[in-house]
Design a protein around this ligand. Structure first.
Ligand code: B12
Length: 215
């Protein structure tokens, strides 16, 4: 990798982009020793994943490299998860159903959202990945959650987000839940298209929105 390519990037971002697992683990330990907030460390790693995605889009990386980047990330998150905390849901906490919509198996971002929510005192029903709309509705019925978080990283799954919202309407539960959408390609336009209530550009914003709903 050239010097230019590393310009302005945190060493942790570079190490993850270059799939150097040993360097990633060493640098994470350095950051923990230096008492860098865990969320900031996650941010550097997030940038690394975005860089991996870019290299994949440019045909420089293949699917095996995407898979390996995810494995490195997962390993590091196990180390960082206990250090993550956040917003306060107020007395009694709150319940949130979170999952990645049908057709999509990306779960790293969703898992960060789940970790942060739990670290902030929320009770989370994690319905997993590739989740059919009916499963989100069922999870709300079972748990009584007032918030549903939908994750999607593939732009062809936007209609599925809309389908989840429509399924809540058909089930007569739409007025009882706030629906938050997130995932790197998701934005305010996607939220509007899907008919969701909120768009969160990152996990911290998502936790803040949940806290404001339950406050
Ligand atoms: C790792 C990865 C994979 C891994 C996923 C492993 C796993 N267990 O998740 C694997 C190898 C399986 C994979 C597969 C594929 N991938 Co992929 N993948 C990625 C990559 C490199 C990183 C994603 C990631 O984990 N980022 C790090 C996390 C932390 O970020 P995040 O998910 O955005 O989450 C943050 C926020 O968005 C937010 N958030 C996320 N969800 C939610 C939900 C709520 C409620 C809230 C509040 C917040 C929130 O919180 C997080 C932290 O702040 C991205 C590149 C990118 N730029 O995103 C491509 C990318 C998403 N993949 C892509 C593609 C095309 C695919 C495949 C179709 C490839 C193929 N040809 O098979 C398949 C699809 C499989 C499927 N059906 O789902 C494209 C999608 C293009 C598009 N927009 O449609 C991308 C953008 C790469 C690219 N540039 O081309 N992928």
């Amino acid at each position: 990798m050239t010097e230019e390519r590393n310009e302005g990037l945190h060493p942790l971002t570079v190490a993850l982009r270059d799939l150097d697992e040993t360097a990633v683990n060493t640098l994470v330990e350095h950051e923990i020793d230096a008492q860098t907030p865990a969320l900031r460390v996650v941010g550097y790693l997030n940038d690394g994943m975005v860089a991996v995605g870019r290299l994949f889009a440019e045909d420089e990386y293949f699917i095996s490299q995407l898979i390996f980047s995810a494995e490195i990330f997962r390993g590091v998150m196990a180390r960082l998860a206990p250090l993550l905390g956040g917003a306060d849901p107020g007395e009694g906490g709150g319940k949130v159903v979170v999952g990645t919509v049908k057709g999509d198996i990306h779960d790293i971002g969703k898992n960060i959202v789940v970790t942060l929510l739990r670290g902030s005192g929320f009770e989370v029903v994690d319905v997993g990945v590739d989740v059919p709309a009916e499963r989100f509705v069922e999870a709300v019925r079972e748990s009584g959650a007032k918030v549903v978080g939908l994750s999607a990283l593939l732009n062809f799954t936007y209609p599925e987000m809309k389908h989840v919202v429509d399924t809540f309407v058909a089930a007569g539960l739409r007025d009882q839940v706030s629906i938050i959408v997130g995932g790197s390609p998701v934005n305010e336009q996607v939220r509007e298209f899907a008919g969701a209530d909120h768009y969160a550009e990152d996990a911290v914003t998502g936790v803040d929105i949940c806290a404001s709903i339950y406050r």
